[in-house]
Design a protein around this ligand. Sequence first.
Ligand code: ADP
Length: 408
Amino acid sequence: MKVMVINCGSSSLKFKLYDMEKTNSVIAEGVIEEIGKDKSKFKYKSKNMKKDEEVVRDVEAKDHTQAVDQVTKILLDPKAGVFKDKIEVDAVGHRVVHGGEKFSKSALITKGVKEVIQDCFEIAPLHNPPNFMGIEACETIFPGVPQVAVFDTAFHQTMKKEAYIYGLPYELYERYHVRKYGFHGTSHEYVSQRAAEFLKKDPKKFKVITCHLGNGASITAVKNGQSVDTSMGLTPLEGLVMGTRTGDMDPAVVTFLMKKEHLSADEMDNLLNKKSGLKGISGISNDLREIMAAAANGNNRAQFAIDIFCYRITKYIGSYAAAMGGLDAVVFTGGIGENAAEVRAKVLAPLGFMGIRVDNTKNKSKEKEKIISPVGSRIKVLVIPTNEELMIAMKTKYVVAESGNIYR
Ligand code: ADP
């Protein structure tokens, strides 16, 4: 069975084509950027190409449908392609950011499912509309092929009310569904499962805190395979300090600054989401590598940014251990979580009192998937590279099989 995984942004389309028969291997992958412009940039590689070889070309993609069409063209290309004369895609799995309260798992896309994705446009205006465009584009280009929506929010639907209801008038939850949803669910689910597998633990008796630290960053408490709490909220703004997002703060700051700086709601939204976080504090960049380089050169604000970023993560780990009534493991993933040994060490240093320890040599070793706590530690600390696309492909395969769809 061949599964195409699609992740659409407003002007981009990423895809990975998997052979899900035996090895779950990637057959081809690529990204089209600057969709909607005169010329769009297409990067592509396939299993038939050499390791460092890549196709980079300008293509015409006025919209997402044309972008998907360009993908099919290259998959059939006599040189770079992977198919001879017809596209053999058995299912398409879409990353959909917001599934609201309706989806606690992935869903075969129907008219009703599309309506719910559209209903969530209001609470996920940056993400759900392009995800939806990707679905419609694939319906046009791959008619009759089952399509599956895999929601970033679905994994967190197991949270209890005490974790997801905000301290607002309850009617506002009833009227507008304003509550904590949580995101990065596919990643938190993947790395929590992988950690249990790696440690040979029963996932049903396993308390793990998963730290997905990238440009966007979130932490989840996963108890016995279920998300019990997570740091992102109604939108991906809540929780940790991120590349350009504030994370948690007193909500009164919002109205205070709107009045002081004469900001509209949209301007305030932009400040909170795009100008804050590591970028806003450091005044340098949203990229942690650049901030670390500046801090090493004595830049104080860069050092503050790192200190604030790490302190917030430490606090969440402590609170989530309390939320679960114990802890077996902490997992780091995402660009920062997987690569920044200094961040991992700094985050965990104050948590020795809980039995969390880091072995410096293991922490700095080159291995990608590893345990970095000393042998014999009660609480294991792991680094696990996330693989959201593979998780989407696996869920797509499962949903298609469960729905009784016949594939080749
Ligand atoms: P996104 O959320 O956009 O997918 P990533 O998961 O790719 O982001 O993470 C991007 C972040 O990871 C950037 O802040 C980048 O600086 C950081 N990062 C990547 N490699 C390293 C490294 N070796 N050391 C420190 N930070 C790193």
